[in-house]
Design a protein around this ligand. Structure first.
Ligand code: GLA
Length: 384
């Protein structure tokens, strides 16, 4: 049990017990990719892979944090919070800084954390870490910060200390997740509804391409800018438009001559993906998993050809399934350029499927495929 390891390491490193232990999960996203920072819709869920963090005050201005998974201790002073050149400590310092900015007084603390979210696989281990730090510090220093504020603090920490201008989906899903429910989140208003997933004899399965995506290094921020460029073009004729969420396909068509091919593709993808998500939710409501699966494939095609955030390994994992009637749908998941694909398939065929796709994947790419069967779980929580 990871919480026990946290306790043991804590007493080994700091000769005392943690005062608070937090569990903070990773997330999947069923459909609605690269729509969150365009004020659109997403359909994520928290999963049963999580980071656990133990905390205790140390009554100084210094913080000592030990990562079980990296076997590394890092330290920082609350009076000198500046981003470092990469590394997990940035996520922790970033959240600590958000407390200071918000006038929420915190003191020095000791922390040990570790977990089982595969790192760099697109399952939002960084959002889970930020949320876990936020909830842990709020509890430790008696602030009762609301979940919504913690989500926003995590997002700002990511922007400012990791340099990734991510949307709100990852933090929201990790914080607000509920067992066996997906979250339909409107990223414009932050209104959300929980969707029961009645999968019957089907299940979601993640395949890890083992291509490590480093969002910061990737073209993520460029995509965001391309979408903003599209919005600026539309605004010249429709000044009320604030984001791609407010854009209808017909508005894009009217302005088509002014769009570069890239910006055109990015913007049409986002408008289409929002429509796909609405249709996907209708499929879930009428338990039409076949229809849902088709929309997953369409989402992948858009991400691959129009948004251009896929890579050959992810395409392989999706294309391999297209003629397998026990797979209803597949798509790349998350930011892209590596990480995981998500597959909707018949549970009874999962073993056979993994055997054949694993072999082919190894032959084609030289990489060892990893598979994560995931269960939908509760969001960030204090467990001790
Ligand atoms: C990453 C970001 C999210 C979202 C996805 C793409 O996971 O952190 O905010 O933009 O990519 O849907």
């Amino acid at each position: 049990m990871i919480p026990n390891q946290i306790r043991q390491q804590f007493s080994f490193r700091f000769q005392t017990e943690p005062a608070v232990i937090v569990r903070s999960p990773g997330r999947i996203n069923l459909i609605g990719e690269h729509t969150d920072y365009n004020q659109g819709f997403v359909l994520p869920a928290a999963i049963d892979k999580a980071i656990y963090l133990g905390f205790k005050k140390n009554h100084t201005s210094k913080c000592s944090v030990y990562s079980l998974d990296y076997g590394q201790m890092e330290e920082f002073d609350l009076n000198e919070l500046v981003p470092r050149n990469g590394g997990w400590i940035n996520f922790i310092m970033g959240v600590a800084q958000q407390f200071k900015i918000g006038g929420l007084e915190i003191g020095g603390f000791d922390c040990v954390f570790g977990g089982d979210i595969p790192i760099g696989a697109g399952l939002s281990s960084s959002a889970a870490l930020e949320n876990g730090v936020g909830m842990g510090l709020s509890h430790l220093f008696d602030h009762s910060v609301s979940k919504n504020s913690l989500i926003e603090m995590s997002q700002r920490a990511e922007h400012e200390f990791a340099g990734v201008h991510c949307g709100i989906m990852d933090m929201f899903a990790s914080m607000m997740g509920k067992k066996d429910l997906a979250i339909k989140l409107d990223c414009k208003t932050l209104e959300y509804t929980y969707f029961p997933l009645k999968l019957g004899e089907y299940q979601f399965l993640l395949l890890d391409s083992k291509v490590t995506h480093a969002l910061g290094d990737s073209k993520y921020n460029t995509r965001r800018k391309e979408c903003e460029a599209g919005v600026a073009l539309i605004q010249s004729q429709f000044p009320d438009v604030k984001s791609l969420r407010d854009v209808e396909y017909s508005m894009l068509v009217e302005q088509r001559a002014n769009f570069s091919p890239n910006v055109w593709d990015r913007c049409t993808y986002v408008v289409e993906e929002n429509e796909r998500l609405q249709l996907a939710c209708e499929c879930l409501e009428r338990e039409d998993l076949k229809g849902f699966g088709q929309l997953m494939y369409a989402s992948h095609d858009g991400l691959r050809h129009k948004y251009e955030v896929s890579c050959p390994e992810l395409d392989f994992l999706v294309d391999f399934t297209r003629d397998k009637d026990y797979v209803l749908g597949a798509r790349m998941m998350g930011g892209g350029f590596g990480g995981c694909t998500i597959h909707l398939l018949e549970s009874g065929s999962a073993e056979h499927f993994l055997e054949i796709i694993g072999k082919e994947y190894k032959q084609t790419t030289g990489k060892e495929l990893a598979a994560y069967p995931v269960r939908i779980s509760d969001g960030t929580e204090i467990i001790a």
